[in-house]
Design a protein around this ligand. Structure first.
Ligand SMILES: NC(=O)C1=CN([C@@H]2O[C@H](COP(=O)(O)OP(=O)(O)OC[C@H]3O[C@@H](n4cnc5c(N)ncnc54)[C@H](OP(=O)(O)O)[C@@H]3O)[C@@H](O)[C@H]2O)C=CC1
Ligand SMILES: N[C@@H](CC=O)C(=O)O
Ligand code: NA
Length: 436
């Protein structure tokens, strides 16, 4: 058997600890599959959180930059997280030193992926990041290699385990948003700063990476329209359920007439659609190609699932597989044309807190008609029913509209007019609807 691939690991948190365990517990099987042992020789961390981790045979290095330049290692695994330092310089240092790099750090790739991939290409080393998108689901490999013969028109799905866990638990267990988030943190799903999860930025990072792979374009993270899930109430989840939908935080990248549309927002999907069935920390990615359309479903976060992808990347390197990180040379990625969000076309769920007085319903209907928006349904509830509306005599009553396909622009204009008319209280809740 060939000599071992020597691994240096920076970051011993949720994912790093699981990587150590897999490399140790499955050493013989991995060596057989990769054709040579994959050996952890050095680690670097601020502290060892998991006191049961056996690091007796592993060298401790005090700083990640030193680990990245360590002459003994062949590959640097970066599992510290964060788009800036120390992660960025650690990865740059390793690539400059001619070492392969594996990372799960989507924030880093979304911001600096092209420059890092170029550095890897220049030195003919691997820069692998399967764990960065949809955790254990091999979606990077699927897009980069398995679907190479396809023209991709849309890549979309549930890309954040924490948000899907929260939305599922809120509806199923009637738990509060805060309690669900705490559970997701305890289970190791959330980012170090969970605002990245619940405000949609983690999904945006992942979507930007998928977009580049799917459409052969430069990563354009700033082009992603982002809305998170903080505004989604139990009332919305229950109303969606009643109307035949589930609410999911989706990332959607689609080839539109005016360019590539990239958006992240809470989305209603029909209850009988595959994405609606995906609950908890599970992720799902749908890829619509001209020859093959498929859906990949699997665990999107958590130590073991994410480490599974990291170890897969390491085995590819051990086998000698070298593939351009974005499936083609960075110089061959094209600049994407951005399709503006105002041009987005689709159905909408709109929840209004309507003032209960004669003419309100007519005003709302007229403003919608002015913008040529056709309504599929209107549901009006009594005051004090769902919608967290107090039951006092002058309290507003929840009105829910479901529109047929229309444009974002038209919806925004109609709602602005309704607000000016003074027939609603507070901001309207708007959730886009995505059909299969
Ligand atoms: N958790 C998940 O489910 C998934 C995570 N990822 C990504 O994987 C990466 C790691 O995530 P995760 O394991 O959850 O994060 P954790 O916060 O659990 O672990 C990060 C580790 O890196 C250490 N670290 C941070 N800064 C330094 C430093 N300057 N020097 C040395 N060590 C440092 C931390 O130490 P300390 O604890 O002392 O701060 C901690 O041990 C992130 O990029 C994340 O986005 C990707 C997919 C899924
Ligand atoms: N915080 C992320 C972790 C995996 O990428 C998530 O919840 O999906
Ligand atoms: Na993955």
């Amino acid at each position: 058997m060939a000599g071992s691939l020597k691994v240096g690991l920076a970051g011993l948190g949720t994912v790093g600890s699981s990587v150590v365990r897999i490399l140790q517990d499955k050493a013989a099987k991995l060596a057989a599959k990769a054709g040579r042992p994959v050996e952890l020789v050095a680690v670097c961390a601020k502290e060892v959180r998991d006191k049961n981790l056996d690091l007796a045979t592993v060298r401790w290095v005090d700083h990640p930059f030193a680990l990245a330049a360590d002459p003994e290692i062949d590959v640097l695994v970066e599992l510290m997280g964060g788009e800036g330092d120390p992660a960025k310089t650690t990865v740059e240092t390793a690539l400059k030193a001619g070492k392969h790099v594996v990372t799960a750090n989507k924030a880093l790739i979304a911001r600096h992926g092209a420059a890092l991939a170029r550095a890897a290409e220049d030195r003919n080393v691997a820069f692998n990041f399967e764990a960065a998108v949809a955790g254990g689901i091999p979606v990077i490999k699927t897009l980069r290699e398995g679907l190479v013969a396809n023209r991709i028109d849309r890549v979309w799905g549930i890309l954040n385990g924490t948000c899907n866990y929260i939305l599922t638990r809120m509806l199923d267990e009637k738990l509060s948003f805060e309690d669900c988030l705490k559970e997701a943190q305890r289970l190791g799903y959330a980012e170090a700063n969970p605002a990245f999860d619940v405000d949609g930025f983690d999904t945006a990072h992942k979507l930007a990476i998928l977009t580049s792979l799917a459409f052969g374009t430069e990563i354009d993270c700033d082009a992603v329209y982002v809305e998170g899930i903080r505004s989604i109430s139990l009332a919305d989840l229950e109303m969606a359920d009643e109307l035949g939908y589930r609410v999911k935080l989706l990332g959607v990248a689609v080839r539109a007439d005016s360019g590539i549309e990239q958006r992240v927002h809470p989305t209603m999907v029909p209850k009988d659609s595959p994405l609606a069935q995906v609950g908890g920390v599970t992720n799902a990615v749908k890829i619509d190609g001209d020859a093959v359309s498929l859906t990949l479903i699997g665990p999107g976060a958590g130590g073991p699932a994410t480490a599974s992808a990291v170890v897969s990347d390491l085995c590819d390197i051990a086998r000698g597989d070298r593939i351009a990180p974005f499936g083609r040379s960075v110089d061959r990625l094209v600049r994407p044309r951005r399709a503006p969000m105002q041009h987005h076309a689709g159905g909408y769920y709109i929840r209004l807190a309507a003032i209960d007085k004669p003419g309100t319903a007519a005003t709302i209907a007229r403003r919608m008609a002015d913008e040529l928006i056709s309504l599929e349904s209107i549901v009006q509830r009594r005051r004090g029913s769902r919608g967290e509306v107090p039951a006092s005599a002058d309290a507003p009553a929840p009105v829910v509209l479901i529109t047929y396909a229309t444009s974002e622009d038209a919806v925004r204009r109609a709602l602005a007019a309704i607000e000016r008319d003074g027939v609603i209280v507070g901001p309207p809740q708007v959730i886009r609807i995505e059909q299969n």
